[in-house]
Design a protein around this ligand. Structure first.
Ligand SMILES: Cc1ncc(COP(=O)(O)O)c(C=O)c1O
Length: 385
């Protein structure tokens, strides 16, 4: 008999990717599309990373498997990064290089949780935590956050979720761009320690902040799993490269899981990633561009009457309450399809990020080109009129 696991049947789509696919279909019909749907820099890997890869090719480096935890040179460079950027000591043994943050979550969830465990995920939040947990038979427990706490979790909100085995947080967060202050981070860490909850901290948007650097979870605890990636600040989404900093009790399990599930992260990407750490001037230039895109998008949306946006200090998204427009269209999903088909403006429906309230919200990404953002806003303003 042909079979599909019930768990797999229940895994929802990642709507941002589904929307990107639909946008591709619209483009294939010859219509121009302005991409505000996917959180992907318009730029490629930094020049130094590309040069390092070219040099490896010219040396005919076989670029075979690395050790499961990753090349020692890259792991040492990651440790140096924590010392220089945060003043935090990290040992190379604590670092495992992975195939993007996404692989890091799979490894962390498999190492830390059993089927049936309950793991808190913030709503709105990045949907793949919830969906990957579901795929592994772990129960995601939604913890709603809103503007009253600046979209940040508090011990009171966490306590309201009932008994938990784990908690996933992200700072800066997707879709709201919320950055947890050192005090808020310490309060979450303390709550997890008191309640015996395994904390997993996604720091993928570190480096993309607009009001000073974000604090790392490692400054408050060494019991959490930290996940980071080359996809965002380093502008290397397709290279599929990230890293984890692990607490001692999960290190061996994650290494064994990596050996068996992925073997190692792509070697060529590890070569590029090592060089990317020295491309600060180029990469900080991208962050300056995001900062000006952010103003452009916020002003452009305001001109289209979209003013209810989450206060954000990081990442490259505007998460907007579009209740009125969404209600007219049916919901935010229908609204996004109307915008894509009618205006060529691609945005992501809030339903990706929040099952309860997302039908009233839309996420706009400003990682792309300024000219596209400006044109998309003009089209939205005309449409609203
Ligand atoms: C919060 C967050 N975590 C993880 C990811 C996926 O990262 P990666 O490309 O490293 O797998 C994304 C991608 O958009 C994200 O927004």
């Amino acid at each position: 008999m042909l079979r599909q696991a019930l768990r797999a049947a229940d895994v929802p789509p990642f709507h941002a990717m589904a929307m990107a696919r639909r946008a591709g279909e619209v483009e294939a019909r010859g219509q121009r599309v302005f991409h505000l749907e996917v959180g992907q820099p318009a730029t490629g890997a930094p020049a130094a990373a590309r040069a390092a890869v070219v040099a490896a090719m010219e040396r005919a480096d076989p670029l075979g498997y690395t050790n499961a935890p990753g090349s020692m040179a890259l792991r040492r460079r990651i440790c140096r990064h924590y010392a220089e950027a945060y003043g935090v000591e990290v040992a190379t043994d604590d670092v495992i290089v992975v195939a993007g943050a996404s692989a890091g979550f799979t490894l962390a969830f498999l190492a830390a949780f059993d089927a049936g465990d309950r793991v808190g995920v913030l709503e709105p939040g990045y949907p793949c935590y919830r969906n990957a947990l579901l795929a592994l038979g772990v129960e995601p427990v939604a913890i709603p956050v809103g503007p009253d706490t600046r979209w940040a979790p508090t011990p009171e909100l966490l306590a309201a979720a009932g008994e938990l085995d784990g908690l996933v947080i992200a700072s800066p967060s997707n879709p709201t761009g919320t950055v947890l202050s050192a005090e808020r981070m310490a309060a979450v860490v303390q709550w997890c320690a008191t309640n015996n909850v395994q904390l997993i901290a996604d720091e993928i948007y570190h480096g993309i902040t607009y009001a000073g650097p974000a604090t790392t979870v490692l400054a408050a605890t060494r019991d959490a799993v930290l996940v980071n990636s080359f996809s965002k600040y380093f502008s290397m989404t397709g290279w599929r490269l990230g890293w984890m900093v692990l607490p001692q009790h999960l290190r061996d399990a994650v290494e064994r899981l990596q050996q068996n599930i992925y073997i190692c992260a792509p070697h060529v990407s590890q070569v590029a990633g090592l060089a990317a750490f020295d491309a600060t001037a180029e990469l900080d230039g991208h962050v300056q561009r995001y900062a000006s895109n952010r103003q452009l998008l916020t002003a452009g949306l305001a001109a289209a009457g979209i003013t209810q946006v989450a206060a954000a200090d990081g990442a490259f998204y505007v998460y907007a309450d579009v209740t009125e427009l969404a209600t007219e269209a049916g919901d935010s999903m229908a609204l996004c399809y109307q915008w894509l088909d009618g205006l060529g403006v691609a945005a992501t429906p809030g339903l990706d990020f929040d099952l309860a309230r997302g039908h009233r919200f839309v996420r706009f990404s400003y990682a792309g080109a300024a000219a596209d953002i400006a044109e998309a806003c003009d089209r939205l303003a005309q449409w609203v009129r």
